[in-house]
Each structure stands twice: as structure tokens, then as C-alpha cells.
Design a protein around this ligand. Structure first.
Ligand code: SF4
Length: 143
């Protein structure tokens, strides 16, 4: 996991778990010592492809481990309130839920994408959007 942590960059590593979480192509991968889970799968065919992807990633990383400096950088869990503070907080409902707090919760549970909050796409909100994207990447919830 420490090799993957070094290689992936945008991921969440919890050394004591241990587990490592990252997002790619809209799917969330959580790797444990003896198993892994994949969130957001549409069907069995996609599941097969994603399992192959993880197996290839693990095999390639292990093969190149002599070239990689392992990273023990610990991930930081993102809190709902941190997300909420960066949202427009107008409770406009455009995203499909009644409050920005509900959207923040859904965003952390990966039920929504940042783009689902249209007001966040407004130019004056770019700094908040960028900060939110950065925090989500650090938490392994955005690629
Ligand atoms: S679209 Fe954005 S501003 Fe509107 S309720 Fe949803 S999160 Fe809040």
C-alpha cells in the first residue's frame, strides 16, 4: 500500500487499518490486505473489468517496487462541515436535495459529483470549487 500511496498521489492511506482508498473513472476502490471493494459498479461486466484493473495495478506496482520510494503519508478524513463551508450555502435545491448540508453528506458518500451543484460552477466560486476538489482528492474521493 505504501508503494501505491506514493504512485497514486490522490488517495487516502490509513496505515493502521491498513487500507488505501482512491477514485478512478467514477469508481471508488478501497484496498485492504486481503481483499478490496469497488463502489459505483453498474453490473457484473463492469465488475470484472474493474477487478482486472486492480489486479493489473497491483501487479505492475509490485514489479516496479524497487524504483518507488514508499510513502507513508497519511490520508485525512474529510468532515461534512468542511465540505458544507465551501458550498454556496443557499439551499437552492438545484442539485436535487433541499439543503447544502444534505448535498455535503451525499458528496462524501459519493452520491453526488461536484458538478451537481451548479452554483458552485459560477466563476466567483472557483476558489471554493478548487479547494473542495483538492480536499476530495486528499480523501481519495476524487481522481
Ligand atoms: S445546488 Fe449547491 S447551493 Fe444549491 S442546495 Fe445544492 S449544494 Fe446547495
Amino acid at each position: 500500500m505504501s508503494y501505491l500511496n506514493a504512485e497514486l498521489g490522490s488517495c487516502f492511506f490509513h496505515p493502521e487499518g491498513p487500507f488505501l482508498r482512491f477514485t478512478q473513472g467514477g469508481k471508488t476502490f478501497t484496498l485492504h490486505p486481503r481483499h478490496f471493494t469497488i463502489g459505483g459498479l453498474a453490473d457484473e461486466e463492469e465488475a470484472r473489468k474493474m477487478v482486472e484493473f486492480v489486479q493489473k495495478l497491483l501487479a505492475e506496482t509490485w514489479t516496479r517496487r524497487q524504483e518507488i520510494t514508499p510513502s507513508y503519508r497519511r490520508g485525512r478524513e474529510l468532515k461534512v462541515l468542511e465540505v458544507y463551508k465551501l458550498l454556496p450555502r443557499t439551499n437552492c435545491g438545484t442539485c436535487g436535495v433541499k439543503s447544502c448540508m444534505a448535498f455535503a453528506t451525499g458528496l462524501l458518500q459519493q452520491e453526488f459529483l461536484l458538478e451537481d451543484c451548479a452554483p458552485l460552477g459560477e466563476p466567483e466560486r472557483a476558489p471554493n470549487r478548487e479547494e473542495l476538489a483538492r480536499l476530495l482528492k486528499e480523501a481519495g474521493l476524487l481522481s
